[in-house]
Ligand binder design. Sequence first.
Ligand code: ATP
Length: 350
Amino acid sequence: MAFIDLTSLGKSFGPTPVVRDFDLALHQGEFVSLLGPSGCGKTTVLRMVAGFETPDSGDIRIEGQSLLRQRASQRQIGMVFQSYALFPNMTVADNVAFGLRVAKLAPAQIDKRVDEMLDMVGLAAMKGRYPYQLSGGQQQRVALARAIAPRPRVLLLDEPLSALDAKIRVALRTEIRTIQRQLGITTLFVTHDQEEALSMSDRIVIMNAGRAEQIGTPEEIYNRPTTRFVAGFIGTLNVIEGQLGTEGGTVLTCAGGRLALPGTFGASPGETLSVAVRPQSLRPAPIDGDGLRGTVRHVEFLGAFTRLHVSCGPNTLLVDCFARDLAANLSVGSQIALTVPPDEVLRLSA
Ligand code: ATP
């Protein structure tokens, strides 16, 4: 049985549906990210789990028991917000102790737990400080300690890293994940940052207009996006549309040329298909050979590799090449042919 079950959740604000028919099951101890563009309903899902919003339809269960009749304060859920939301007039220790005092733990037990939590987030030396005396990263560590101190059943993280600068963000995402694993706490994490979701999650839910568009491990989402939306949202995939042909093997005939496909590609001759190709799967090839043909429009040197922007029919394809694969005379305006190993062409369903 799943630890947390969200079934057919729906929520509208006025006439606008914001979350639609949303299903998700989390296993105990799992770290799951909700990833999607601004306004797709991620925070609303989290707020319904926390008890700050009431779903119009569907259910939220933990270990089989519905939460819908419980107030937020009864749900044993810890939450961390983008804005830290610490109590400004309380010390670090008092912030962390807050939930423990509400739960009426004995003072000695509270002191012990506060020390444990501050040790865990590396802030033992800052117990007596006030939030204004801390950096953003330190404030967010306090917020995390405060959320986990009462040993909640579930941890909800709403873009906790978005307000921090890049270096702290990367450090803190490792710390959050380490602590989450150590405590084995089931976690739902909201982000619009692909890299964050890919690097931290056991599984990712890609949300589009209130729905779960694809759910999978980071590897599945990255390597096998099933729709155009997911392909477009994760990384820099090239989406190419064409007709399936069988002349000389299975091929996709598209503006700009032909792409060889593996096997039958699960489609019938004549069918119109969308496929996705990674920038690093496209290889420059001899101009008189097979493949797609296009014109180099822009060359970006990105250190480890060079990214070509190649116009090919109606599409601009991104092509990542290592220096050794680049013809010396390739520059803006050059004609180029591109090939893809057939098994690196991904089929999209919509
Ligand atoms: P972001 O990444 O920008 O925070 P999100 O995916 O978390 O976006 P939500 O905050 O869930 O999106 O909001 C989804 C939609 O619902 C948005 O269009 C938002 O304006 C709207 N919305 C959210 N809360 C309310 C509310 N209390 N009243 C009216 N509309 C709301």
